[in-house]
Design a protein around this ligand. Structure first.
Ligand SMILES: Nc1ncnc2c1ncn2[C@@H]1O[C@H](COP(=O)(O)OP(=O)(O)OP(=O)(O)O)[C@@H](O)[C@H]1O
Length: 248
């Protein structure tokens, strides 16, 4: 058997109980480097809880989460970010009153210590990095615009950009296209495919057309466990997946 350090992320026998109710129930889940993975499943299946466990927002009752071979279950949320895990929640949390540039600048990783933070200057290197990320999220012509004036989709991209600027190796995205127009969804699918060329991405999603357009491996969660895994095309033929989710 290969060691689980071969995976970027190796989750084994993970369980979390809320007053005796197991939202995640003995789940094992593995991801490779530069993999784009979508997690689907019915309401209450445990998808958001899984992301909460990976980023340290919720603590596991049992089991292990190894990221690049390091155990995350006892690490602080801050440390997990520092190790290279970025998390985007459902609602964008950008600074509406600041410009796009200032939002990205505020997320640029500063010196690790107090002195690093004090000595921080918005120099050429930072500006170049901000421009690079802005191009990736297609907001390079909006750098001086107030973030509050962006469309809903653009706000979601800005928040993704605020994570990208920290250069995470694993990006966790909870329903990134909720509330987006069709054209914004198509653009987001392209954006996520590009992002996943240099890092791994986990996307929770309910929009099956969007999931299909991403094209990666899909994991189906049900009652805190993995029900099935594979391509969306294969899962659409899977009786168990149709019964608990796709057929509804
Ligand atoms: N902090 C908590 N305390 C108690 N129960 C919780 C807590 N967090 C989640 N749960 C329960 O765990 C179950 C899984 O919730 P979770 O939000 O992870 O599901 P989900 O698959 O993301 O669903 P949805 O698609 O509706 O977002 C639900 O029954 C939920 O009520």
């Amino acid at each position: 058997m290969s060691s689980n350090t071969d995976f970027l992320l190796a989750i084994e026998d993970l369980t979390v109980s809320f007053d005796g109710f197991k939202a995640i129930a003995g789940l094992s889940f593995y991801m490779d480097k530069n993999e784009l993975r979508v997690v689907i499943g019915p309401n209450g299946a445990g998808k958001t809880t899984l992301l909460d466990l990976i980023c340290g927002k919720t603590r596991a009752t049992e089991g292990s989460i190894k990221f690049k071979g390091k155990e995350l279950t006892r690490m602080s949320e801050h440390r997990i970010v520092w190790e290279g895990v970025g998390r985007k929640f459902q609602n964008p949390s950008i600074y509406e009153g600041l410009t796009v540039f200032d939002n990205l600048e505020a997320s640029y990783p500063r010196g690790r210590g107090v002195f690093g933070a004090l000595a921080f200057k918005c120099d050429e290197e930072v500006v170049e990095r901000i421009r690079q990320v802005a191009r990736e999220i297609q907001l390079d012509d909006k750098l001086e615009q107030e973030a509050g004036l962006l469309s809903h989709g653009q706000k979601q991209w800005l928040e993704i950009g605020m994570l990208l600027i920290q250069d995470p190796e694993l990006l966790l995205l909870d329903e990134p296209v909720a509330g987006m127009s069709l054209s914004e969804r198509l653009e987001t699918a392209e954006l996520l495919k590009t992002i996943a060329k240099g890092r791994s991405v986990v996307v929770i999603e309910h929009d099956m057309a969007f999931v299909k357009s991403l094209g990666g491996k899909v994991t189906v969660l049900h009652q805190g466990k993995i029900l099935a895994e594979g391509s969306m095309e294969a899962l659409q033929q899977d009786r168990r997946v149709i019964d608990v989710y796709l057929g509804h």
